[in-house]
Write a protein that binds this ligand. Structure first.
Ligand code: HSE
Length: 291
């Protein structure tokens, strides 16, 4: 029997749509796998009632199939589904790492990324790997169709999760099909700035590079109170604010001493908009860990 903890993740980070990702030190899913003749899945924890246990419909079923690794699987959810915090990716990443070890398949962490991404297709219709990559490898990651590159950093974050659900499927429908050259140039500049910020573990530079003129403004419309929460976070000292993944979590990057203050300001701003929320005071952390 093997138990693996895989972290929540934040995809996109604004300027890196479908490319950037970061592992969060918390929250996390914990997945236990044990060899069996046929696969069975049991789900407990946060939002378990919304997650199908049928292996055909669960994100982990696709991973079992890809690794040819039938197992009795228990998923303890710490990452709420439909949160924008890579909930399905955390389960898929933990299962990929656990089953790879259980059956001695010998895949490297990087090789497990596209395998875990197959689980994402079950949930969102697209096998995007920008959540599973940091969930498996850890740190800040850049994922393209040719592979994943990562850098370890401990940049402090606040992830404020409102008590509403946004499905990735719905949030993908509002993504514009085209972008102007002006917006492309701005995005490339920001993405490059953010990447240098991550390499230097410099929250100010990361924040400066978070803005995205193309996708985030459309997604923000799906989140009640977004503009006020963003403004409150900046007033409290955030260096950058954006939508985490497909939302509705709002992500702020900051210097560590500001984190508590920013978390409180974001929760207050959501409350003023009539939405309850909870803020995780966290940081960029490590990938899936065998316990
Ligand atoms: N990059 C994906 C999206 C992540 O934004 O749709 C979903 O969590």
């Amino acid at each position: 029997m093997i138990t693996v903890r895989a972290p929540a993740t934040s995809a996109n980070l604004g300027s890196g749509f479908d490319t950037f990702g970061a592992a969060l030190a918390r929250p996390a899913d914990v997945v236990t796998v044990e060899k069996a003749e046929t696969t069975s899945i049991e789900v407990t924890g946060v939002g378990a009632q919304y997650i199908p246990e049928d292996p055909e419909k669960n994100t982990v079923g696709a991973v079992v199939e890809a690794l040819d690794a039938p197992a009795e699987i228990h998923i303890d959810k710490g990452v709420r589904p439909a949160s924008g915090l890579g909930s399905s990716a955390a389960s898929a990443a933990a299962a990929a790492v656990g089953l790879n070890e259980l059956y001695d398949r010998g895949h490297s962490r990087e090789e497990l990324v596209p395998i875990a991404a197959k689980g994402e297709a079950v949930v969102s219709g697209v096998a995007h790997a920008d959540n599973v990559a940091p969930a498996i490898v850890g740190g800040f990651t850049v994922t393209t169709p040719t592979g994943t590159h990562g850098v370890d950093t401990g940049v402090p974050l606040v992830a404020c999760l409102p008590d509403v659900a946004v499905s990735t499927r719905d949030a993908r429908r509002v993504v514009p099909e085209t972008a102007s050259m002006e917006d492309v140039v701005e995005t490339v500049g920001n993405a490059a700035t953010l990447t240098i910020g991550m390499c230097r573990s410099d929250p100010a530079l990361v924040g400066e590079g978070m803005d995205d003129p193309v996708v985030t403004p459309e997604r923000a419309r799906l989140i009640t109170g977004y503009d006020d929460v963003r403004e409150a976070a900046f007033e409290a000292g955030a260096a950058g604010v954006t939508v985490s993944g497909a939302g509705p979590t709002v992500l702020a990057v900051c210097e560590e001493p500001r984190r508590r203050h920013i978390a409180a300001a974001m929760v207050d701003a959501f409350a003023n908009a009539g939405v309850e929320s909870r803020a995780y005071q966290t940081r960029i952390g490590r990938g899936a860990t065998v316990l």
